[in-house]
Ligand binder design. Structure first.
Ligand code: URA
Length: 467
């Protein structure tokens, strides 16, 4: 028997070094005991020192395996290190093993990976920082959060918080690992107790208000929100006090926002009741776990579309901006306000329109304290078309309005200039009609007031055509 002792519960680097050495020495998985931390006795002290470098050339493994192993070792399954090593050994003779979804080892690994990703998403969404009194002489504001993750994910998720809250000093305390950011360096240390985190502060009210504002049952995400916020997190979330009343009123509010199909003259459509519409919304649930392109890494969350399940018009923008990324709703920032005004001027009720984006994660770079919008590239738009296609399938609009070139590229599957296609109704995907117009942020960027006014009028004319 060989025994490997890893430094902490999700010690991927330690596992990788040991696994390389064991694999080079052809040690079968059943002869390895994986342990964590400094437990006293080591019954099986073995000859395979973790970290020993294999002789000769290193064995190459598929990149997908490295990604998978990285998340597997974060799972709370006690066999996680052994499972990852078992797969590594099998890949030697079965290089395409990971593609065999029916294999029990692969299936279990895939399930563990999904569970870890889900836990990581929850941590990103549900960590709540509370402000604490700074140390004497310390000017920086300091924040502390207490969180109880379902898996050993602190090391994986901490870099996200370091990017997201780069200008704050913060600590995230959890029972097994804690992350600390001093504004420059991220360090990970041992666990902490619930009482090490402050219990209350002035941020509470802000969170509760924010949460009530984003809890909108007409949004595709309402189901996800209910199912993703397990009760066990509620006691750490100030806004959770708002959940009960909001859920109780959700059904009423949804009913009001989804038009009765019987009042609509659309014989070719199957009438759908509220329950069906809600079910359909649920099928966007995987959105928060989406890893189809790298944009999920820095965004706060994916932003799905919003609007009635039976909207006749779907509007597609480019991607969420800074405010949409924080609020989790499309078109709530300056471009959204301009769109609202133009819709009113065109005689279209925004509540009757389903509004979404070609790309669901905010793409940006950081300049000082600001996050500056970056245009998504074609491959990101193509990857995200998966979600737009689902939304089109759920809503089945009669008309899709593409706002700007990115949306037009997504819907027309080719690059077009707005000038060449603008302002007339064309055949769109799956029998819907398509109208292409400018993006409202184009109007916001125009420097000249006269041009702004005339372009705004043209934009309203296009929306009137949609109406
Ligand atoms: N711009 C977009 O394209 N979509 C939004 O949701 C916000 C700004």
């Amino acid at each position: 028997m060989r025994s490997v002792r890893l430094a902490h519960p999700a010690d991927f680097d330690g596992w990788r070094d040991a696994a390389r050495a064991l694999d080079a020495a052809e040690v079968p998985p059943e002869e390895v005991v994986w342990r964590v931390g400094d437990e006293a006795a080591d019954l099986f002290a073995g000859e395979a020192p973790p970290g020993a470098r294999p002789q000769g050339g290193e064995r190459r493994v598929p990149r997908r395996f490295v990604e998978l192993a990285r998340l597997l070792v974060c799972h709370r399954d006690e066999e996680r290190f052994a499972r990852a090593y078992g797969l590594l050994r099998r890949l030697r003779d079965e290089p395409h093993l990971l593609a065999v979804a029916s294999d029990p080892d692969v299936a279990r690994a895939a399930q563990m990976e999904r569970e870890v990703r889900r836990a990581m998403h929850k941590m990103k969404a549900f960590v709540r920082f509370r402000q604490v009194t700074p140390m004497p002489g310390d000017e920086a504001e300091t924040f502390v959060a207490w969180f109880e993750p379902e898996h050993h994910i602190v090391d994986e998720v901490a870099p996200f918080f370091a990017r997201r809250f780069a200008s704050m000093r913060w600590s995230i305390l959890t029972p097994l690992r804690s992350a600390h950011w001093d504004g420059r360096t991220l360090s990970i240390a041992g666990g902490a107790g619930r009482d090490d985190a402050p219990a209350d502060d002035r941020l509470e009210e802000v969170w509760r208000t924010y949460f009530s504002a984003i809890f909108n049952p007409a949004r595709l995400k309402v189901r996800a929100m209910r199912s993703e916020m397990p009760r066990k997190y509620w006691h750490n979330l100030p806004e959770a006090r708002a959940i009960g009343p909001l859920i109780r009123s959700a059904s009423d509010r949804t009913q009001r926002m989804i038009p009765d199909p019987s009042t609509r003259n659309e014989p070719e459509r199957e009438p759908r009741n509220e329950e069906t519409a809600m079910e359909e919304r649920a099928s966007l649930e995987g959105l928060q776990e989406c890893r189809r392109c790298p944009l999920y890494r820095d965004a706060t969350q994916a932003v799905g579309g919003e609007g009635p399940g039976q909207a006749r018009i779907m509007m597609v923008g480019e991607q969420p901006g800074d405010q949409e990324d924080l609020a989790g709703r499309p078109f709530v920032g300056p471009a959204g306000r301009l769109l609202d005004r133009a819709l009113i001027d065109a005689g279209v009720a925004r509540e009757s329109v389903y509004v979404t984006n070609a790309v669901k994660h905010f793409k940006f770079f950081v300049r000082g304290k600001r996050r500056i919008h970056q245009k998504p590239d074609h491959s990101e738009i193509e990857q995200c078309r998966w979600w737009l296609d689902i939304e089109r399938e759920l809503i089945r609009p009669e008309l899709i309005v593409a706002l700007g070139a990115s949306a037009a590229f997504s819907l027309m599957r080719r690059t077009v200039t707005i000038k060449s296609v603008r302002g007339h109704i064309m055949d769109g995907p799956d029998g819907a009609s398509l109208l292409v117009t400018v993006h409202p942020s184009y109007l916001l960027r125009l420097p000249d007031e006269a041009a702004k006014a005339s372009e705004y009028r043209r934009f309203v004319d296009d929306l009137r055509l949609a109406a």
